[in-house]
Design a protein around this ligand. Structure first.
Ligand code: GAR
Length: 199
């Protein structure tokens, strides 16, 4: 099994979906060994509730340089092979992008290239989609490189926008119908690649 870290900043519903998928045998190649938060986050409690190691590496308190060093050190110390960004709001340090080339995936709550890149995260993405009046939105899992939301697309899933949707209602539908499904699927896909390479 591939030793995996999930990086979070918030509520952690995607983390919960990953833990459930692993525990129900839907990601046989993935083992979540570590959850890292860059700020106080409820996701850390979810990790502990599932008996997983949860670590807070506080970006604001440490400053970017120490944060980057500490994050890389923690991933290495735990023998992490695959990194999943699940609602992680910090820019990932270059050392991590370099050290885990093609081994970092991110979930984004739109159909990239729509509503993505700098400044588009969380509810802002759904506000922008509603503002533009799109009838279809969705979620994307992609590999992470130095361009925000710019790495190779792995899986996308479309979700309908309905009359009267608020950003909150749309966010919930995108999570339920797309994010919580395609993130475990993509994690398993990359983990299988890693396992095949080391055979
Ligand atoms: C999710 O909708 C995720 O796609 C989004 O933040 C939310 C985190 O929710 N990520 C981004 O916008 C990244 N650009 P969660 O903490 O409940 O998983």
């Amino acid at each position: 099994m591939v030793r995996t870290a999930v990086l979070v900043s918030g509520g952690g519903t995607n983390l919960e979906a990953l833990l459930a998928a692993e525990e129900h045998g839907l990601m046989p190649s993935v083992h979540i060994d570590l959850v890292v938060a860059d700020r106080e986050a409820y996701a850390l409690e979810r990790a502990r509730n599932h008996g997983r190691k949860g670590v807070l590496i506080d970006r604001k308190a440490l400053g970017m340089r120490r944060f980057s060093e500490k994050l890389m050190e923690t991933l290495r110390e735990n023998g992490i092979q695959l990194v999943i960004l699940a609602g992680f709001l910090s820019i990932l340090p270059q050392s991590v992008v370099d050290g885990y080339r093609d081994r970092i995936i991110n979930i984004h709550p739109s159909l990239i290239p729509s509503f993505c890149g700098k400044g588009f995260y969380g509810l802002k993405v759904h506000e922008a989609a509603l503002e533009r009046g799109v009838r279809i939105t969705g979620a994307t899992v992609h590999l992470v490189n130095e361009i925000p939301d710019g790495g190779r697309i792995l899986i996308q899933k479309a979700v309908e926008v309905r009359e009267g949707d608020t950003p909150e209602v749309l966010q919930k539908r995108v999570m339920e119908e797309a994010e919580w499904k395609i993130l475990p699927e993509a994690a398993e896909m990359i983990a299988e690649e890693i396992e095949n390479e080391s055979r």
